[in-house]
Structures are given as structure tokens and as C-alpha cells.
Design a protein around this ligand. Structure first.
Ligand code: ZN
Ligand code: ZN
Length: 290
């Protein structure tokens, strides 16, 4: 029995209508699924949902909740971009309308105020790093993790998305662009994790890099995950699906890897409540508190 709270549909950059995901989830015997389209930005871009579609998105999820109530739990959310200085715009989406929200860093602001996409094509990323951060990786890494520190305000309905996504970039020879072993990386990510621990927010274990970029591990990496678990940060398993087939992509491998790390408990949202669930290779088993 699996759960997945991070799904994109054709309301943003996912590939199918919402109902296809519901049917796929039922077919895969999921207990719950949550939709998290990319929330609208103050400008239009290729992967965010245009603001004109927002009402339809909410209405369609409500209708699906009712239609499939006897078969699966469906939750309503948005993946909201975090960006310093745009907090008011972005907070406007963290409303009671949502069952929970996902906060992610896809953009950073350069010194000149330009928005830099951190998880686009690696060529573009390298050019941006050279142009805007003078190829100073330490400076970039500090400003990346600082965003997580700032976004970690007290919340019990926020999931922090793909924490170390910047590790995805690879040089032509296959080596990692970002040095995740550097002292600065370790220090900056630790400070960010501590801020998340203080905030009460959930941290996502996101498998998308494994099935899209052939990464060995999910976001976050083993060292960071172990540290998050030590800090008692509640963890949630998501695939960041952009297609109904991706709903449980790499979940079994990740479950095995998590138990190997000693992480045997995650959080799941079921019956409108976040509860502990045991990690097994065949799925997550909510622990009945009664
Ligand atoms: Zn994202
Ligand atoms: Zn996403």
C-alpha cells in the first residue's frame, strides 16, 4: 500500500488529466494520492499552472474526491515556489483551501535580481553559475540552502520539496557539478535542516531524480536523510510524478534503502490526519493509534 502527495497533471507540466492519476493509483492499490500542481507565478512560464486555471483545478479535485470516495483518498495541494521577496504572492496560495502545501526552490535570485532556474538543463545552469555567481560554488551553495532556512517558518501542513535537487547536475564526464562533500555544502545544508526541524514542517523523500536522472539515491541523499531522521524531522515519500505511470516509481528500491539506513517510519496523510507509517518493501503501513 503506497501513498504519494506530489503529482503534476496537465494543469501544469504533467502529461495527463487528473482522473488518469486517480485511476492509476486505484489500479496500483494506493491508499491516498495528493495533487500538487506548480502554483501560478506572477509571470507565465512553461511549467507553472496559469492563474486562470486555478479555480477549475480546485473544482475538479473536489469532484474527483467525491466520485472516488469509496476507492481512494484524494488530497488537494500545490507545489509553491519559494522565493525571497515574493513571500506575499506565494503565501496567498498557502490557504485553507489546501489539505497541505509543498514548498520548493526552483529559482534563486542573482545579484542583479534576475531569476535563475536551478533545475533546468545543466548547460544553462553552468552558464548561470558563471554569469551570476562568478563560478563561486560556495557562494551559490550558501544562497541555495539559505532559501530553505528562510522558508522554514512554523508550519504543520508544509512539505519541503526535493531538498538537495542541485546535486542532479552532471558534467560531460559524468561527475557531479556541485561538490556535495565540501565543508561549505555540509555546513549550509546542516543549518537548513536545523531550521526545518525547528519549523515542524515535513521533509520530502523525492524519487524523481532516480527514474529521470538515473541518480542512485533520492533527494535528499543518505547523509542528509540520516541527519533529518536524527533531528526528528517528519519524512514523507513522494515520486514527484508527471505521468500516471510514475506514481510509485522507485518506491520499492527506496523503501529498501531507507530501512538499510535505519529509517523505518514515515508520515502519511490518511483520513485527513498525518500519522506514522511503518516502511516495508511492499508499502507503508499506517500505525493504528487506537
Ligand atoms: Zn519541484
Ligand atoms: Zn514537483
Amino acid at each position: 500500500m503506497w501513498f504519494n502527495y506530489h503529482c503534476h497533471s496537465n494543469y501544469c507540466d504533467g502529461s495527463e488529466p487528473l482522473e488518469s492519476y486517480v485511476l492509476s493509483a486505484i489500479n496500483k492499490e494506493f491508499k491516498a494520492i495528493g495533487f500538487s500542481s506548480h502554483a501560478p507565478l506572477w509571470f507565465e512560464n512553461a511549467w507553472n499552472m496559469p492563474i486562470a486555471k486555478l479555480d477549475d483545478y480546485f473544482a475538479e479535485i473536489e469532484a474527483l474526491k467525491k466520485k472516488y470516495a469509496s476507492q481512494i483518498e484524494i488530497y488537494k495541494s500545490l507545489e509553491i515556489d519559494f522565493l525571497e521577496g515574493k513571500d506575499v504572492w506565494l503565501q496567498s496560495f498557502q490557504s485553507d483551501q489546501l489539505d497541505y502545501n509543498i514548498l520548493s526552490v526552483h529559482f534563486l535570485k542573482s545579484n542583479s535580481g534576475e531569476l535563475i532556474e536551478i533545475d533546468g538543463p545543466t548547460d544553462t545552469f553552468l552558464t548561470q553559475l558563471a554569469t551570476n555567481w562568478n563560478n563561486d560554488q560556495d557562494l551559490f551553495i550558501r544562497s541555495y540552502f539559505r532559501a530553505f532556512e528562510v522558508m522554514a517558518v512554523p508550519s504543520t501542513q508544509t512539505i519541503i520539496g526535493h531538498f538537495d535537487k542541485i546535486k542532479m547536475h552532471r558534467n560531460a564526464d559524468g561527475t557531479q557539478v556541485i561538490d556535495t562533500d565540501s565543508a561549505v555544502y555540509k555546513e549550509a545544508s546542516e543549518v537548513a535542516l536545523q531550521a526545518i526541524a525547528q519549523s515542524g514542517a515535513f521533509l520530502e523523500i523525492n524519487t524523481r531524480g532516480m527514474y529521470k536522472k538515473q541518480l542512485e539515491h533520492p533527494y535528499p541523499s543518505p547523509e542528509l536523510l540520516k541527519r533529518a531522521f536524527e533531528l526528528n524531522i517528519p519524512l514523507v515519500l513522494n515520486s514527484d510524478a508527471h505521468h500516471p505511470n510514475e506514481l510509485d516509481a522507485c518506491f520499492e528500491t527506496t523503501a529498501t534503502f531507507l530501512t538499510g539506513l535505519g529509517i523505518n517510519k514515515l508520515k502519511v496523510l490518511t483520513k485527513n490526519k498525518w500519522v506514522d507509517a511503518l516502511v516495508t518493501i511492499n508499502g507503508l503501513e499506517p500505525i493504528d493509534e487506537h
